[in-house]
Design a protein around this ligand. Sequence first.
Ligand code: ASP
Ligand code: MG
Length: 402
Amino acid sequence: MSLIVQKFGGSSVANAERVFNVARIVTETYDKGNDVVVVVSAQGDTTDDLIAKGNEINPNASKRERDMLVSAGEQISISLLAMAIEKLGYPVVSLLGWQAGFQTSSAHTSARIRRVQPNRIRKELDKKRIVIVAGFQGVSRYDDITTLGRGGSDTSAVAIAAAMHADLCQIFTDVEGVYTADPRKVKNARKLRDISYDEMLELATMGAQVLNNRSVEMAKKYNIELEVLSSLVKAPGTIVKEKSKMEKMLISGVAKDTDIARISVIGIPDVPGCAFKMFSKLSAKNINVDIILQSIGRDGTKDISFTIAADRLEDAKAALNDFVENVGAKDILTSTDVAKISIVGAGMESHAGVATKMFEALYDAQINIRMIATSEIKVSVLIAKKDADRAVSAIHEKFFEE
Ligand code: ASP
Ligand code: MG
């Protein structure tokens, strides 16, 4: 007998028919003699709808009350799923985050899981019940309901798998697994049999949007193997695991991120400490900086360009105005008309010429590169937003179809 954690995303429980579909998957797993803990997110667009409802009443509402509101979405889906499972004739219980032992920080709307104390879950499993847990939520040490940030129920599932030493953690979603590129946009995109945590992390942060990146970080930390698979199509998914037993591929995927902005600070005095002073303004505001490019100094000044998430652009500008005045830089230029295209692959560590191949694909497609950044397993380029889809296709073709 195994302990299996199964997580179902919002689209997998979007309506009554889908809820029954999930109930069948869960009860089949239970019928095989397994203990089953199920984590669900809110149905369909419920979380977005709740956020909109809140904004209608008070766009400046406190984060505590926002959490109280949006956590209701998962309360609906766990109870509905439990009702469906009852109807199929199985013993089941639904639990909210706090009942399932999710203790979190008190950073409302983006709380961190401190620990999961699964005593109640264990008791229910001992009674041979299927346990349905609300994803995305927990309780702070002040006994207030918290949420983990958008897409947080993947992390809830991995946290339970880690705390309970589950044998398997399956993440069911509306795609069949992790692909070499977005299968809706790139016609020859292939489903990967497996992918390493590090590659998945790069893809997740890069906008491949299959798994929330905090969940992958946690899976890596506790060495939890994840299987990403479809709740609607019965087919093997993609296994996310440690690198050792991987299928050998040069790169595992091409990803694009169009929600970014480029900032250039022009005419910064070319003296020690300027980069430090500038970026500390941003880190003080919790703004993550991605690709950074510094020009060669000339006439005693230099320019520094970098990218950030587009939704932090106004905050970043405000933070930098200060810097520009104090240090005497000339100007701040910004653009949101950019996209970041990345290739990710553990194979890069041991193969030369991977970046060259990517640049060749862009050259063939006559797409201009504005910035480049690399890490051991990733090459990213910044290009014009309008070229993003074309770039992904061209690069994908170069690596996977030639
Ligand atoms: N329902 C939450 C959201 O939409 C959590 C999740 O889906 O994982 O962000
Ligand atoms: Mg959701």
